[in-house]
Design a protein around this ligand. Structure first.
Ligand code: ZN
Length: 394
C-alpha cells in the first residue's frame, strides 16, 4: 500500500506546471484541496494577473509573534521528453521506489513535504507557538520577477509578519545534506562595442571587433583568475567564487561589411564577498580601455542580498541546528551557486535558509530523468516534522 503522502506527491507531479506560459489553475485547485484536507485557510494573492501566490496558514498560539514561512515554487522547467525513460509528467514509480517526474526534486517534493509534516503535527493535536505560512509561488524558474520578487514588497506580504523563511536547497548524492544561507548576485550584462563601419577590405580605425576583443579578453582574464582560485582550494565550491560566462555574441550582417556595433553578453554570478560598486567600476574601466562608445547595459542586475548568519546571533538557526543535530543529520553549509526566491526574502531583511531534505540522491534538477526515491521523500517529512516545530516554537 502506498502512503497517502506519496500519492499526494505524485498527483502534484502530474500537473504540468511547466514553463513557459504556465497555467497555474490546476495547481490552485490541487492546493485548495490540500488546505481543505488540513482544515486550514487558504488565500490567493495575485500581484500580477494569472500569476497566483497561494498561502495556506496555520495560526499559532501567539499569532502576534513573527511567523515562519515555508516557501516552494509551483513551476518547473521544460523537458526534452525524448531523453526521458519515463513520461516526465506521469510520476511513474519503478520497482525500487524511484518516482520519475519533472519537479520531483525541484521542488514539488518540498511543497508536499511541508503539507504532510503540517498534517501530522496538526492532527496529532500539537499547537505551535508561532503561525506558519505555507506559500506556493509562481515563476521561480524564470527569475521570480512576477512572483516572489514583487510579492515581498506588497502589504499582503508584510501582513504575514515573517520572521524566518525556509525554501529550496539541492539534492546531495552522499549521506550529507546541503544547506544554503546565501546566494551570489546575478548580473546579466550586455557590452555594446560600437565602431567605424565600412567595407570589409579596408583598414578602418576603431572598429567594433577591436573593442570586442579587449572586452572579451578582460572578462576571460578575470574568469581565469577565479577558476584558478577555485581549483587551488578544495574547500571552495563554485558558490564561493565569481563565475563569468560568455553566453551570447550579436551583430553583423554579412562577411564583407564591418558592422557599426557588436554586442557581447555575459552571465556573471558575483560572490557574496564582492563589493558591487568596485566590480562595476572595474567593468567600466574595461569599457574605457576598449575605446569610445563602449558601454554596458544590464539585462538583469541583482542587488547584494545579505547572507543569513549561521551562528548564535540567529535564534532561528540555533533552533534548526538543535533539531537537525538531534536527528544526527550531517549537514554541509554552502552558498547557493544559482538563484532562488530566498534572495528576495533576504533582500527585505528576513533570514532565509535553503534546504531540501534530499540526501543519497543524484543531483538531477533541470536534468533528464529527474527522480526522487519514495523512502527519501518520506524521510524528508520526518525531518520537517522535527524542524518545523523547533523553529515555530522559539
Ligand atoms: Zn527550484
Amino acid at each position: 500500500m502506498e502512503s497517502e503522502a506519496v500519492t499526494n506527491f505524485r498527483t502534484y507531479l502530474r500537473i504540468p506546471s511547466v514553463q513557459p506560459d504556465v497555467d497555474y489553475g490546476p495547481c490552485l485547485e490541487f492546493l485548495k484541496g490540500q488546505a481543505k484536507s488540513l482544515d486550514l485557510p487558504c488565500r490567493i494573492f495575485e500581484v500580477v494577473a494569472k500569476k497566483p501566490i497561494v498561502v495556506i496558514s496555520w495560526e499559532g498560539k501567539e499569532p502576534k509573534l513573527p511567523s515562519v514561512l515555508l516557501n516552494s515554487h509551483m513551476d518547473v522547467v521544460p523537458v526534452y521528453p525524448e531523453k526521458w525513460t519515463h513520461d516526465p509528467f506521469s510520476a511513474d514509480k519503478d520497482a525500487n521506489g524511484n518516482i520519475y517526474a519533472r519537479g520531483s526534486q525541484d521542488m514539488k517534493c518540498v511543497g508536499i513535504q511541508y503539507i504532510e509534516a503540517v498534517r501530522r503535527l496538526k492532527f496529532s493535536g500539537i499547537k505551535l507557538k508561532r503561525t506558519l505560512h505555507l506559500s506556493f509561488v509562481p515563476d521561480e524558474e524564470i527569475g521570480g520577477a512576477d512572483g516572489m520578487k514583487k510579492f515581498v514588497h506588497t502589504d499582503d506580504f508584510k501582513k504575514l509578519n515573517i520572521g524566518f523563511s525556509l525554501d529550496e536547497g539541492m539534492a546531495s548524492p552522499t549521506e550529507e545534506f546541503v544547506l544554503y544561507n546565501g546566494e551570489r548576485s546575478i548580473w546579466h550584462m550586455c557590452i555594446h562595442c560600437p565602431g567605424t563601419p565600412g567595407h570589409g577590405s579596408l583598414m578602418h580605425p576603431s572598429t567594433a571587433g577591436e573593442k570586442l576583443r579587449i572586452i572579451i579578453d578582460r572578462f576571460m582574464d578575470f574568469r581565469q583568475k577565479e577558476k584558478e582560485k577555485l581549483e587551488a582550494n578544495p574547500t571552495l565550491t563554485v558558490g564561493d567564487v565569481t563565475t563569468i560566462n560568455l553566453t551570447q555574441i550579436k551583430g553583423g550582417v554579412q562577411p564583407n561589411v564591418v558592422p557599426p556595433e557588436l554586442q557581447v553578453i555575459f552571465d556573471a554570478r558575483l560572490a557574496v564577498t564582492i563589493d558591487h560598486k568596485e566590480f562595476l567600476a572595474m567593468i567600466e574601466s574595461w569599457c574605457n580601455e576598449a575605446g569610445p562608445g563602449t558601454h554596458l547595459t544590464f539585462i538583469q542586475r541583482n542587488a547584494k542580498a545579505p547572507v543569513t548568519p549561521l551562528d548564535e546571533s540567529n535564534p532561528w538557526w540555533v533552533a534548526f541546528k538543535r533539531a537537525s543535530d538531534a536527528m544526527n543529520l550531517k549537514i554541509r553549509t554552502l552558498i547557493f551557486p544559482g538563484g532562488t526566491d530566498s534572495r528576495f526574502v533576504r533582500e527585505v531583511g528576513i533570514p532565509a535558509i535553503g534546504f531540501s531534505p534530499i540526501n543519497r540522491t543524484p543531483i538531477l534538477l533541470h536534468d533528464h530523468d529527474e527522480f526522487l526515491n519514495e523512502t527519501i521523500f518520506l524521510k524528508g517529512i520526518d525531518i520537517y516534522e522535527k524542524i518545523i516545530p523547533a523553529v515555530a516554537d522559539i
